[in-house]
Design a protein around this ligand. Structure first.
Ligand code: MG
Length: 159
C-alpha cells in the first residue's frame, strides 16, 4: 500500500559581502551573498531537508556534513539531485514541493519560474510540482535588516 508523507525544511544563512547570492540554484545580482560551507543556497537547503524529512532520512547535515571538505563550495542543486536519487532508490515518488524564501532584497519574482524549473529539473519532476514564494521580513529583526535570509519548504512524497 502506498501512503503519503510530508516533510518540513527550514534553513537560514548570513548575508555577507564577497559571496554570490544563489537561491534555488539561480544566481541573483546582489552586493551581498549567502555565507556557508557550500554555496549556502537557503532555499535549496530547505527543500532538501523537507524531502529528507518526508522520507524519514534525517537531515542535510547528516548526509552532507559541513565538516567534510567534499562539500566545500558545493553546488546545492547537485546535493538536491543526490537526495532525489536516494528517494527514488527508496521507492518514493515526489508529489510536490512548496517553498518560501525570506529575504529583504533583491526581488525574487522575476526569477521565480527559473527557480522552479531548476529545482524540478534536479528532482526529475515537472516544474508545475514545485511552487516557490518569496516574502520580505518587513524590516523586522535581523532578516529585515538584511543580515541574512531564510528558506522554508514542505515536501510531499508518495511511497
Ligand atoms: Mg544551509
Amino acid at each position: 500500500m502506498s501512503d503519503t508523507r510530508t516533510g518540513l525544511g527550514v534553513d537560514s544563512h548570513r548575508l555577507v559581502e564577497g559571496r554570490p547570492l544563489i537561491l534555488g540554484g539561480i544566481e541573483f545580482e546582489s552586493e551581498v551573498g549567502l555565507d556557508g560551507h557550500s554555496d549556502a543556497d537557503v532555499l535549496t537547503h530547505a527543500v532538501i531537508d523537507a524531502l529528507l524529512g518526508a522520507a524519514g532520512l534525517g537531515d542535510i547535515g547528516a548526509h552532507f556534513p559541513d565538516t567534510d571538505e567534499r562539500w566545500a563550495g558545493a553546488d546545492s542543486i547537485e546535493l538536491l539531485s543526490k537526495v532525489a536519487g536516494m528517494l527514488i532508490g527508496g521507492g518514493f515518488e515526489i508529489v510536490n514541493i512548496d517553498a518560501t524564501v525570506i529575504i529583504e532584497q533583491p526581488k525574487i519574482g522575476p526569477q521565480r519560474a527559473a527557480i522552479c524549473e531548476r529545482i524540478a529539473g534536479a528532482l526529475g519532476i515537472e516544474a508545475s510540482r514545485v511552487n516557490v514564494k518569496a516574502t520580505t521580513a518587513e524590516q523586522i529583526g535581523s532578516f529585515g535588516r538584511g543580515e541574512g535570509a531564510a528558506g522554508i519548504a514542505v515536501a510531499t512524497l508518495r511511497g
